[in-house]
Design a protein around this ligand. Sequence first.
Ligand SMILES: Cc1cc2nc3c(=O)[nH]c(=O)nc-3n(C[C@H](O)[C@H](O)[C@H](O)COP(=O)(O)OP(=O)(O)OC[C@H]3O[C@@H](n4cnc5c(N)ncnc54)[C@H](O)[C@@H]3O)c2cc1C
Length: 402
Amino acid sequence: MSTPKKDLRGGRPIWADMPRTIVKHRSRLAHEKCDVAVIGAGISGALAALALAERGHDVVIVDRSEPCRGSTLASTAMIQFELDTPLIELADKKGAALAARAYRRSFAAVQALGELITRHGIKCAWKARNALYLAGNEHGWRALQDEADYRLRIGLPSTFLGGPELASTYGIQRTGAIISEGAAEVNPVQLATGCLRAAQRLGARLYSPHEVTRVDPHTRGVDLHTAHGHVVSARRAVFTTGYTLLPGLPRDKFEMVSTWAIATKPLAAEAFWPGRCLIWEAADPYLYMRATWDNRILAGGEDSKLSSPERRDEATPAKAQRLLAKVQKLLPGRRLTLDYAWAGAFADSPTGLPYLAPAPDLPHCFAVLGCGGNGITFSVIAAEVVRGWVEGKIDPDAKLFQ
Ligand SMILES: Cc1cc2nc3c(=O)[nH]c(=O)nc-3n(C[C@H](O)[C@H](O)[C@H](O)COP(=O)(O)OP(=O)(O)OC[C@H]3O[C@@H](n4cnc5c(N)ncnc54)[C@H](O)[C@@H]3O)c2cc1C
């Protein structure tokens, strides 16, 4: 067993130049024994390791690269409960009850992440924000009004704004929008390294660079063999290897796409829109954006089916200019200058929901794969589901994620 080696990102993400993005780890690995081994030290592995360490489990984390240098470094880290698939559409696909469960679970996950950050005192520029969802070529104002009504009926805080109200409050010209509480922005790498440090304080051991290349399940657990010939023996193993899909996962259920992101140079504080809410749109190709603590605009989108890392990187300059032009059009009157541009890969599923389930054909192993634009929110849910699996409890929403 080995996860494929494809570059998951290119260009220089803004987080690469921020403090507190390195976490101490051990490079010497002999034979390790533990209760749970976590393979992959991105945000998913960090949250899973911390959730387990908080409950007293003996955890070992292994990564083949420097921790937090996979997709987590590329993330624009808009933390939202709203899924890529609108609630109404998800209800058509999965049924009203399951769709409501998915949205409520996602809402609770964002709140739980805020609490976890406070509990462990993690410095990661976490800021609660509202989210503004603009009408676009995929869903117009009527669809957004219905969506807001539906969300309210299941108890989620969403309010429809008509075009004139949107223009007068936010200065944005669209036919309508939904404004929702319950979102946040964060520095994803500081969050992941902060979780890993908190897990280490609770006894977890982090090893890097060590690639797991073979998995041998046996009656009492699983032996993980590394490329350097070392073995980690665990009662259970959790694969948080991100978009380098674990072999055996139903690949036909996911589509790998490329996406691009930019950061502008810092702007004057008055250049920002009210409340610095997260902004995204019901359009294809879509645009989304947020502010940073140091007064930049982070924007992303322009997704395409390109899967070759080389072609993705070649496309970055043109995609970056297109993103900048779109932001400029949405927010006229500001002088925006490009400072960072980067690209990354991510997996899409037909429902926008993640895959969180015992790994097919690998006893004692669990696979985590966040999908779409909510990868970090899904990593929080994944950590809860993994903790339940390790402790022999069945998560009430397990069916949603298989
Ligand atoms: C441009 C971009 C923007 C995004 N924006 C958002 C956003 O605004 N909001 C949001 O919620 N999500 C967003 N996402 C998605 C989110 O970033 C991802 O879902 C999340 O970072 C995935 O984290 P992860 O820990 O699962 O994977 P990764 O961060 O990729 O970590 C996986 C780790 O596994 C390790 N690994 C792989 N195979 C092995 C092996 N065999 N042995 C040992 N180690 C191994 C890798 O080295 C890597 O460190 C975005 C993604 C991209 C690309």
